[in-house]
Design a protein around this ligand. Structure first.
Ligand code: ATP
Ligand code: MG
Length: 239
């Protein structure tokens, strides 16, 4: 479904990502793990065509992914979103429908129903008229989760959705991920924390500039791989 081949990115002449290749199948939750600066955000941005690449191809259903974004939902790292931008929860979620509606046309009843259902699913419909800057970290993350649901995508990419949120929001996010998986969707999730949350993933992709390992937890979380990527022992990770 998604095929990344030989993907490399350079910033100012230095490689941030080197020759990454992997494939994603439907009905999978794939976790990307690696330390700060490993190139995790760079990799998803390069896949989406948001930054220039030095080499490689990224295909989604046999077409270049960057030209096929109508079925892709992307939630950027929360720290990179401008929370002072004056807009409401409702307007953020309705952005998911702009492609279908057009920028200046009135949204259809269906788009409004989808946005409402998405906000209801993540438990923040009552916040629909609030400014996004006024929300807690967990509520902000739920707004963007709702936006991704309203898009009715087939591929979902989340950049560190679990950073700075409460336990309840974490539970909701994992429940929604599971529902999307059952519906046959593909989920690619950057997860900075190593620890018990890794159990939720069907596959893990261990990254540190290069792809260190990709596969099921047991294959990926070996002492050698963890040492190579983080410089710490496995015992600290899965204890
Ligand atoms: N726009 C940019 N220009 C120059 N260098 C950049 C740029 N964006 C990222 N980098 C560098 O590329 C490397 C990878 O950054 P990236 O943000 O992809 O890492 P990450 O794995 O997402 O880290 P984190 O866990 O902190 O989010 C880092 O060394 C970073 O400093
Ligand atoms: Mg990042």
């Amino acid at each position: 479904m998604v095929e990344v081949e030989n993907l490399s990115v350079r910033y100012r002449g230095r490689y941030a990502l080197e020759a990454i290749s992997f494939k994603l199948e439907p009905s999978q939750i794939v976790g990307i793990i690696g330390p700060n600066g490993a190139g995790k955000s760079t990799m998803v941005k390069a896949m989406l065509g948001l930054i220039p690449i030095a080499s490689g191809t990224v295909k989604f259903c046999d077409k270049p992914l960057r030209l096929n974004l109508s079925k892709v939902a992307y939630v950027p790292q929360r720290a990179n979103i401008d929370w002072d931008y004056p807009t409401t929860v409702w307007n953020v979620v309705m952005m998911a429908r702009t492609v279908k509606t057009g920028l200046f046309r009135k949204p259809s009843r269906m788009s409004e129903e989808l946005a409402k259902a998405a906000l209801e699913r993540v438990g923040i419909l009552d916040l629909r008229d609030r400014q996004i800057g006024e929300l807690s970290g967990g509520q902000q993350q739920r707004v963007f989760l709702a936006r991704s649901l309203a898009k009715q995508a087939d591929l979902f990419i989340f950049d560190e959705p679990f950073t700075g949120i409460d336990r309840r929001t974490e539970d909701i996010i994992f429940e929604v991920f599971e529902e999307l998986k059952v519906q046959g969707k593909t989920l690619l999730v950057i997860n900075h924390d190593l620890g018990e949350t890794l159990n939720y993933y069907d596959q893990l992709l261990l990254l540190n500039k290069q792809l260190i390992a990709f596969g099921c937890r047991q294959e990926v979380l070996t002492a050698t791989n963890i040492q190579q990527t983080y410089g710490i022992s496995l015992r600290l990770v899965v204890a």
